[in-house]
Design a protein around this ligand. Structure first.
Ligand SMILES: NC(=O)c1ccc[n+]([C@@H]2O[C@H](COP(=O)([O-])OP(=O)(O)OC[C@H]3O[C@@H](n4cnc5c(N)ncnc54)[C@H](O)[C@@H]3O)[C@@H](O)[C@H]2O)c1
Ligand SMILES: O=C(O)[C@H](O)CO
Length: 323
C-alpha cells in the first residue's frame, strides 16, 4: 500500500502528479478554520505532510502517531519544533538554496523602492500629478556606492551581496555567526561586530533565521546606533525585530526609512502604524513568490517527501533521526 501524505499548500499539478506516483495524497490548497478539523482527522494516519507556515509542535504531533516526515516548502523552519520531531523519530526538511536568487531580487527591490520612494511616486502619478516645480519634494537617496550591512551572510545574504557589489558598486560589510570566507573573497565583504556594522551602514539588511538568539535582535538600542539616514530592510522574519522600536525609530527620525517583507503578526494588522508611514515600503511576505521559484521549492519539498517515504535520506534533511 502506498504511504498516505497530506499536502496542505497550493502547488503546481506537476508536483502533485510527481508525489501521486508513489503516494496516496490528501490535498488542501490551504488550511483555514473551515477545513482544519478535516486536516486533523486526516493527520491521524498520515505518513508524511508537506506545506508551509503551519506550527508543528508537541500538541499537533500528539495527533499524528503515524507521521514519519514533515516537509516544509520554505527555507525558514521556525514553525517546526525540530527537537520534538527528532524525539519522535520524525524527519524534518526545508528548501534551502533554490530561492536564494529570487529572495535577493526582492531585497534589492526593497532597497531601491525605499531609497527612491517608488511606491509614493507611483501613487502620485496615478492620482493625476506630475513632478512640476515640486520636484525636490520627491528626491530620494542614492543606492549605488553606499555601504550595505548584511546581518546573516548565508545563502540569501550572499546573493544580495553579489547583486549589491557587482551591480551597484556597494561596499559590503556583514555580521554573521561565523566568518564567511566565500563572501569575503567573492564580494570583498568585511566582517564587523554588530554594533560597528549598525553605525557604518547606509542600508542595514537583516537576513538571519528566526531562532531564540535572533528574536528581537534589532531593537531600540540597535536603531539608536544606526545613522539617521539609514534605511532598514527586513526580509527574514518579523520577530527578529522589535517592531515597536522600529516604529518608534521611523517616527522619531532615528532612521530614514524601512523596506519590509515580514512582520510580527502576519497578516499585518490593519491598525499597525507601519501601514500609514510614507517612509515604509511594505510587501506581504512574498520574498520567494515567483512562479519558477515556488515551483522549485514545492518540487524540492516533494522530492524530500517521496524519497524519505521510500526509505532513502531526503536531500535537505534538517535533523538526524534514529529509526
Ligand atoms: N521573506 C521571505 O519570503 C523569505 C524567504 C526566504 C527566507 N526567508 C528568511 O531568511 C532566513 C535566511 O535564509 P537563508 O536561506 O539565507 O539561510 P542560511 O542558513 O543560508 O543563512 C542564514 C545566516 O544567518 C546566520 N545567523 C544565524 N544566526 C545568527 C545570529 N544569531 N547572528 C548572526 N548571524 C546569524 C547564519 O550563520 C547564516 O549565515 C530564513 O531562515 C527565513 O527565515 C524569508
Ligand atoms: O522561509 C521561506 O522560505 C519564506 O519565508 C517563505 O515562507
Amino acid at each position: 500500500m502506498n504511504p498516505k501524505v497530506i499536502v496542505y499548500k497550493k502547488v503546481d499539478k506537476k508536483v502533485l502528479d510527481f508525489i501521486g506516483e508513489n503516494c496516496e495524497i490528501v490535498y488542501f490548497e490551504g488550511l483555514d478554520s473551515g477545513n482544519y478539523s478535516q486536516f486533523l482527522s486526516e493527520l491521524r494516519d498520515a505518513d508524511g505532510i508537506m506545506g508551509s507556515g503551519l506550527k508543528i509542535d508537541q500538541d499537533l504531533l500528539e495527533q499524528a502517531p503515524n507521521l514519519k516526515i514533515v516537509c516544509n516548502a520554505s527555507v525558514g523552519y521556525d514553525n517546526l519544533d525540530v527537537q520534538a520531531l527528532t524525539e519522535r523519530g520524525i524527519m524534518a526538511t526545508n528548501t534551502p538554496k533554490v530561492l536564494n536568487e529570487t529572495v535577493a531580487d526582492t531585497v534589492m527591490g526593497l532597497i531601491l523602492s525605499t531609497a527612491r520612494r517608488m511606491p509614493e511616486l507611483d501613487h502620485w502619478v496615478k492620482s493625476g500629478h506630475w513632478k512640476s516645480n515640486l520636484e525636490e519634494k520627491w528626491f530620494g537617496v542614492d543606492v549605488h556606492h553606499k555601504v550595505l550591512g548584511i546581518i546573516g551572510m548565508g545563502g540569501i545574504g550572499s546573493a544580495v551581496a553579489k547583486r549589491a557589489h557587482f551591480g551597484f558598486g556597494m561596499d559590503i560589510i556583514y555580521h554573521n555567526r561565523s566568518i564567511n570566507i566565500e563572501a569575503e573573497q567573492a564580494f570583498g565583504a568585511t566582517y564587523y561586530s554588530i554594533d560597528d556594522l549598525l553605525a557604518k551602514s547606509d542600508f542595514v539588511c537583516l537576513m538571519t533565521p528566526l531562532t531564540p538568539q535572533t528574536e528581537k535582535m534589532i531593537g531600540k538600542r540597535e536603531f539608536a546606533r544606526m545613522k539617521d539616514t539609514a534605511i532598514f530592510i527586513n526580509s527574514s522574519r518579523g520577530k527578529t525585530v522589535d517592531e515597536e522600536a522600529l516604529i518608534d525609530a521611523l517616527q522619531t527620525g532615528e532612521i530614514l526609512a524601512a523596506g519590509l517583507d515580514v512582520y510580527v503578526d502576519e497578516p499585518i494588522k490593519l491598525d499597525n502604524p507601519l501601514l500609514n508611514m510614507k517612509n515604509v515600503v511594505t510587501l506581504p511576505h512574498i520574498g520567494s513568490a515567483t512562479y519558477e521559484t515556488r515551483f522549485d521549492m514545492a518540487m524540492l519539498a516533494a522530492t524530500n517527501l517521496v524519497v524519505a517515504l521510500q526509505g532513502e535520506a531526503p536531500p535537505t534533511l534538517l535533523n538526524s533521526v534514529v529509526k
